[in-house]
Design a binder for this molecule. Structure first.
Ligand SMILES: [Fe+2]
Ligand SMILES: [Fe+2]
Length: 225
């Protein structure tokens, strides 16, 4: 039986392992776009009951941001710590995008809304994988260091507030990422870390698009027929 888009979103949210989560995210995004292109049967938006918190892997250990160890950004350990934090943000972003689809499935929205958010979810999945590859190339992996425990806070605070969620995800969380990425690219370029530079440039280019998906988005304002 074909899953609805909301059910697909819940599957992603309830998958703990990062690689499994992003693989499922890609698979469901591809299914959505194949249906939208008329290559397969249409996918209903449906209804689902997303968990309040997405499933997370056993590692990294989630700690208060004050307890995330600080390392000199100029050192190899510092660069690994920085990329580890980015991987954590990207994994959280995968869940944020699917969560908005599942949690607000009862809000009537045009198909273009889902195209935007499914595409962004797929790009976040790619970002997580790109950063994980960089970590592995540097002899580390996602889960090797503690990570920020408060990442889901904004999602919790806006669980009943669709417009609030639409404001906070692109215009605060994602915009913040955009602000810090150029500085990170410079830092990794200086260190000759080509793979990380390329990954961060890809991420930066795609995040510019995500920041445009706020409440003022042309597609949200379009009246529904
Ligand atoms: Fe991203
Ligand atoms: Fe994003």
């Amino acid at each position: 039986m074909t899953l609805t888009l909301a059910e697909m979103a819940v599957e992603v949210l309830t998958t703990a392992d990062g690689c499994a989560k992003t693989a499922l995210s890609h698979q469901h995004a591809n299914a959505w776009f194949a249906a939208r292109a008329g290559q397969t049967d249409p996918i209903e938006i449906g209804r689902a009951d997303p968990p309040m918190h997405p499933a997370r892997p056993e590692a990294p250990q989630l700690v208060d941001p004050r307890d995330v160890p600080k390392r000199k950004p100029g050192s190899p350990a510092g660069r690994i710590a920085l990329l580890h934090a980015v991987a954590h943000i990207e994994l959280n972003a995968v869940d944020l995008h699917w969560d908005i689809i599942a949690r607000f499935a009862d809000v009537p929205l045009p198909p273009g809304f889902y195209d935007d958010w499914v595409k962004a979810a797929q790009e976040e999945s790619k970002h997580f994988n790109l950063v994980c590859d960089c970590l592995e190339e540097m002899g580390s992996h996602y889960g090797a260091l503690p990570a920020h425990a408060g990442m889901w806070r904004a999602a919790e605070d806006t669980a009943d507030d669709f417009m609030g969620r639409l404001a906070v995800v692109p215009m605060v969380l994602e915009a913040r990422g955009l602000d810090v990425t150029p500085g990170m690219i410079k830092l990794f370029r200086k260190a000759g870390a080509t793979q990380a530079v390329e990954a961060l440039e890809t991420i930066y280019g795609e995040e510019v698009g995500h920041v445009s998906y706020g409440p003022k988005s042309r597609k949200i304002n379009k009246p529904l027929s």
